[in-house]
Ligand binder design. Structure first.
Ligand SMILES: Cc1ncc(COP(=O)(O)O)c(C=O)c1O
Length: 362
């Protein structure tokens, strides 16, 4: 059996057909930038996440960069970020001229709650990352940030659909950033992202920043850039949104099955809280000291896995950091993501579980 970690060729026929119909309609309408698909996407997500404002942008990395610019963070400023995350979180900070200050994670890969010890007189913001889809304790983090008058930019790129106490990931901080990269729970057929905010002034600034600082055609009130969403991607996302709830049910069912069936393996740490509402089951990341061996074994059995992420950001050499972050590093060394997605069959999941048992019995 060959089981890729995620195979986006496996969209079901209904989904393929709906996407094709959408493409044909859009081709006939001739609107390829802005327009109704974009406003529909923004209003659907605004309503779904109960966010005052939702601004579609070109991708999730831009969403973070635009958020930093909207909050006027730049040279001389420091921004606290977790040591374990996708590179974009810290990269965007460097792109706007500020300095990422890394802090360790907890054992699940979320920014450790004593992050406030990293605050200096230069700190302007903190970026909690809802890694693997699990939300950081936002009540606590927001209270800590308030005490020090810091902005909170939520990196909710992996957490579309997660919510705590009825409040969606991305709607807690000054600005929340979403990614609709194709592999995400809500994925486009290309690049796309979104900024969420509850503040009308920030919304206005974000809209200016993503469109050349242009409030009206040929009027430019600040230096912005082009980070508008591609209309085709907005149209495809509107189709994908119709299936989101159904796909989430499958993800949670698969997560439960892994949890139930792998629980008896002593050498394996399973993700905590993945069945809760504040986790969207984006990734099923296990931890084992035999990670590399297990990955090779599964690969030989035709099973694809991925590592999120094999190196913590401070160790990449590009961020000029020499500090050590033992908890984040442990995940980089021991973490392995098992296939979990709406296109994985029950039979395939059974095979993956069976092979993991075979490995640990050896
Ligand atoms: C945690 C995190 N932050 C930011 C991003 C950036 O999103 P994008 O790939 O849409 O630029 C991603 C997605 O890849 C991510 O997983």
């Amino acid at each position: 059996m060959q089981i890729p970690f995620l195979d986006l060729k496996r969209f079901d026929l209904d989904l393929k057909k709906s996407l094709q119909v959408k493409f044909t309609t859009m081709l006939e309408e001739g609107f390829f930038s802005g327009g109704k698909e974009v406003t529909d996407l923004e209003s659907t997500i605004k309503a779904k996440l109960e966010s005052n404002y939702a601004i579609a942008v070109a991708n999730g990395t831009d969403a973070i960069e635009i958020a930093l610019r909207a909050l006027q963070i730049g040279p001389g400023d420091e921004v606290i970020v977790p040591a374990l995350t996708w590179v974009s979180t810290a990269e965007a900070v460097v792109v706007v001229g500020a300095k990422p200050v890394f802090w360790d994670t907890d054992q699940d890969g979320l920014l450790a709650s004593d992050w406030d010890r990293a605050i200096t007189s230069k700190t302007k913001a903190v970026i909690p990352v809802h890694l693997y889809g699990k939300m950081v304790d936002m009540e606590l983090l927001i209270a800590q940030a308030k005490d020090h008058q810091l902005f909170v930019i939520e990196d909710a790129a992996q957490a579309f659909g997660s919510a705590k106490n009825g409040r969606a990931a991305g709607t807690w901080g000054e600005i929340g950033c979403l990614s609709f990269y194709p592999t995400k729970n809500l994925g486009a057929l290309g690049e796309a992202g979104m900024c969420l905010t509850q503040d009308s002034n920030l919304e206005e600034r974000i809209r200016l920043l993503i469109n050349h600082g242009q409030p009206r055609r040929d009027e430019h009130s600040l230096i912005g850039r082009n980070s508008r969403i591609d209309t085709l991607q907005a149209g495809f996302l509107n189709v994908m949104l119709d299936r989101f709830g159904e796909f989430q049910v499958i993800r949670k069912r698969q997560a439960k099955r892994y949890l139930d069936e792998l629980a008896s393996i002593e050498d394996l740490d399973l993700p905590i809280g993945i069945l809760e509402l504040d986790h969207n089951a984006h990734l099923f990341a296990i931890q084992t000291e035999r990670r590399d061996e297990l990955q090779v074994f599964l690969r030989e059995k035709g099973i694809g896995t991925l590592i999120h992420y094999p190196k913590i950001l401070p160790e990449m050499g590009i961020f000029n950091s020499t500090e050590k972050f033992p908890k984040a590093n442990k995940i980089a060394v021991n973490g392995l993501s098992l296939s979990l997605n709406p296109f994985l069959s029950d039979q395939e999941q059974e095979y993956i579980i069976g092979q993991i048992f075979t490995f640990f019995k050896k």
